[in-house]
Design a protein around this ligand. Sequence first.
Ligand code: ADP
Length: 450
Amino acid sequence: MKELRKVLIANRGEIAVRIIRACRELGIQSVAVYSDADAGAPHVRAADEAVHIGPAPASQSYLRGDHLIEVAKQVGADAIHPGYGFLSEREWFAKAVEDAGLIWIGPPASAIAAMGSKTAARTLAIKAGTPVVPGTTEALKDAAEAKKLAQEFGLPVLLKAAAGGGGKGMRVVRDLSEIEGALGSAQREAKNAFGDDAVYIEKYIEGPRHVEIQVLADQHGNCISLGERECSIQRRHQKMIEEAPSVAVSPELRAKMGAAAVAAAKAAGYVNAGTCEFLLDKHGNFYFLEMNTRIQVEHPVTELVMGIDLVQWQLRIARGETLPFLETPKPNGWAIECRITSEDPANGFLPSTGRITHLQLPAGPGVRWDGGITTGSVVGLNYDPMLAKLIVHAPTRELAIARMERALRELVIHGVETSREFHLRMMADEDYRTSNVTIQWLEAKLPELL
Ligand code: ADP
């Protein structure tokens, strides 16, 4: 086993705090880094050491990979944990960390690369026998080819940027006459956003759910799935509420999706924690979309129902430990997570900024708060608006909803507008309460909800 005595956390906010907690429970020293905007932030206070790394813009602080590696060496850290976002899925950074003789707490650079583009991931999944949405794995040459393929797969189809992310470079085509214009605009958008105009085509799945499978793989060839997360409640491709398990997933389907996710992970030579995203249609067919090669925002709901600390296992796997079990546990009860963001639901979810003047956290049975704020924190526009996650765990979904409603009522945040009121309305919504939802449901519902 390798020694892991001190970990530098190349991140901020709630995930940095989360990683520091995992380190502390394992007796590992933690080093926080912070920009000008984060001096005195909770992650800085929580860590054993903290190093200032530059001005507020992420490009001059949290995204300076080479500098972060230098800092890690200076403080005598033996590993870097990237969290999510920022540098977490940059192949070059994973490689540079290892080249510097440090342990990378994440998947091998080669696995990040293998899952790095949508077309590469599709090719790999197909090879592994993991079902993907019917479509191509090569960039489209022209509109004539797109038309021919659209007829073959059947309308509607989706044109998608190979390098895409965040829903950019995507166009739904419902009529053949729209294809030429849609292809041109998807290619232009892809070129602008990613510097790569490769666009491919796949069938558009109507009214699916977004269901993802957590996997965990050690360095000794063991890989397990840890059940699903239901993430259909999305606004502009951003998840708002996640839960585990999903009402749409039976034990049989869980086993099938789990096996498909493990096959894809193994084909990529995956090690550490990762997530395979799937679309699940009304008939129980599931299609692999992509693999996120990092710890995810919504990992706590899996931790609660599977009874495992995923972040601790990221660290333990990185130092060479073997997975604690090789069978997927049966989910225990129900967990729900609400993302508490500094966005104003009453005002089109406009980002809200300011100083948090008062903060009162919910507590009591089955309540978990993963946060990166405190009274006095200044919320600006430099970083993601997610301030914290409120997570509950209860024996049944109905009780989890009641518990979330109770916890949301206990939560008081003064100084910035937040998504709290939105979540309260969601908990009372009949469609949400019966989980009668798809990935399009929230956008259609919003005008009525707010
Ligand atoms: P991104 O990297 O932008 O998140 P995804 O491939 O995950 O790209 O697609 C973004 C969202 O678009 C998905 O979460 C899903 O909601 C929707 N989507 C993607 N592919 C399809 C498809 N073939 N049919 C229907 N919806 C899709």
